[in-house]
Design a protein around this ligand. Sequence first.
Ligand code: C2E
Ligand code: CA
Ligand code: CA
Ligand code: CA
Length: 280
Amino acid sequence: EDREDSLVEFTDAMLDAQTYHAELSNLLEQALAAGGEGLSFAIQPIHSLKRRGWCAGEVLLRWEHAERGPISPGVFIPIAEASDLIIKLGDWTLETMLSRLADEPALAQLDYLSLNISPKQLYTRRFVDTALALAARHGIDPGRISFELTEHVKLLDRSTLTAEITRLRQAGFRVALDDFGTGYTSISFLKEIPFSSIKIDRSLIAGLTDRDAREARGIMDGLLYLVKRLQRGVVIEGVETEEEVEILHAMGADFLQGYYFQRPLAWAAFFAELPAQASR
Ligand code: C2E
Ligand code: CA
Ligand code: CA
Ligand code: CA
């Protein structure tokens, strides 16, 4: 058989991408080996319309390399996720965030803070015990911590995921399904897995303010109805304009996140602003 496709031809661009990927992966490995050098956290508030203020926050990883400058999580997270590096990075993030929260009594002014996790962290089957032990060590109520699990990567081993998420919920943590509307989740998955809440991806608000917005509004309205019927919370992400806020408000949405309210703030700036902005 003549197998031309076995002679893979690498173009210049493919080689560059491969080299870049390997290089960033190495740099990230080094950053972790150096105790998280160059890594930090930003926090973006989640705003409650009904309570008129910040009710929660999402922790977002930041990486500034000494020579390379800032590298976006949209770039380095997928690279880490391609290998088991995401597990090391996730361990560092969880440990560091919880230990820093021990020094932030203002956490009590929020319903919760959320942290993004990769499904790979749950597949290790030690995540729940680690999270519980760290929360206990730092005196943090698990109910004030939410883990966001994205649906844009294909969730391979659903039975393990269901089991681990159920254990997280039993331990008192919240678990949110992130980026809903972009990926692979079926309605049956939503029913089967005890998510505390659903985060609706910003791609679904894109069409709300178009001249012909009937379809986009129908989809958003339907999703909000569905989530309510399933008795789950809902956060809508990527809200950028007042017009979007008005439409979502009219649909009965409460919890919104996006540049309209606040861009992500450095950790210290978030906690400095919190007393003035908190909704409780
Ligand atoms: P995500 O979880 O969907 O996080 C929301 C992203 O949308 C953030 O980008 C945030 O800055 C951005 N955003 C917020 N409001 C708006 C808005 O109104 N308009 C627009 N255009 N964008 C908005 P960021 O910080 O660059 O994070 C990108 C992604 O990286 C996150 O998407 C998440 O999937 C991943 N990520 C970030 N930190 C972590 C982490 O600690 N662990 C893991 N596993 N993933 C992380
Ligand atoms: Ca080249
Ligand atoms: Ca998220
Ligand atoms: Ca998201």
